[in-house]
Design a protein around this ligand. Structure first.
Ligand code: SF4
Ligand code: FES
Length: 242
């Protein structure tokens, strides 16, 4: 693996070629706020823009999203300049106006000196909605789970994830990966008894033969057995009892 050196906030750091700036910053204990990037999901990132930093190279400066900007030899990254702080604050202010109930956005906004957005809060259908339309849920479903039960619907301000025609999906397996990955907790997933409800569909949960806890949707087991050939008996016990 080819190694390179570059500078971040005045500190020389080592990285593997093709790593992104955010990843290397995190490895070196440098905090850059971020929402839509997930290291497990290659197609993620580049959407929320809160991870913006200054990238200096060859006498030029560009503002880039650190979660998808590859590190290179000779690069100098600055994460907390007055310009970065001002633009990040503006991004968070707009985001807070759109999703005032998303705790993670409220917290990030606060860290950046915003208590109340200057802009009018969205009082339309999405007023209580927490979605920042980053698309991570869709990417997880497609790239990690391999199901593609949801997609980004509508455009611009109305953009949000959903099942086709917002009807219960025929292909959703109820795994909940979208909800677990969502940075703002916007996707509703409810487990009650041996039933899970997500995206307007109910899933029967499989119960662990040892502790009796319902722990995985039957539909998810069917899908894993079908796509990987795994023995169904593997799911008799939950991960805690295996
Ligand atoms: S539901 Fe969550 S992961 Fe999906 S687009 Fe909205 S904020 Fe992003
Ligand atoms: S975390 Fe980089 S754009 Fe969202």
């Amino acid at each position: 693996m080819e190694k390179i050196k570059f500078i971040i906030d005045g500190k020389e750091v080592e990285a593997v070629k093709d790593q992104n700036v955010l990843e290397v910053a995190q490895e070196n204990g440098i905090y850059i706020p971020n929402l839509c990037s997930n290291p497990e999901v290659k197609s993620s990132g580049g959407s929320c823009r809160v991870c913006l930093v200054e990238a200096h190279q060859n006498g030029r400066m560009r503002l880039v999203t650190s979660c998808n900007y590859p590190v290179r030899e000779g690069l100098e990254v600055k994460t907390e300049t007055p310009l970065v702080k001002r633009i990040r604050k503006g991004i968070l202010e707009l985001m807070l106006a759109r999703v005032p109930d998303a705790e993670v956005v409220v917290e990030l906004a606060r860290e950046n000196g915003i208590e109340e957005p200057r802009f009018k809060k969205d009082e339309g259908d999405n007023y209580r909605y927490k979605c920042i339309a980053c698309g991570l849920c869709v990417q997880v479903c497609e790239e990690v789970v391999g199901v593609s039960a949801i997609a980004m619907l509508n455009r611009s301000y109305e953009k949000k994830p959903g099942t086709p025609y917002m009807k219960p999906s025929e292909v959703c397996i109820g795994c909940g990966a979208c909800a677990y990955a969502c940075p703002t907790g916007a996707i509703s997933i409810k487990d009650q008894g041996d039933t899970r409800k997500i995206w307007g569909k109910e899933f029967k949960m499989h119960t662990c033969s040892v502790c009796g806890k319902p722990y995985i949707p039957e539909a998810q087991i069917d899908w894993i057995v079908e796509t990987t050939g795994k023995d169904r008996s593997f799911f008799d016990k939950c991960p805690d009892c295996r």
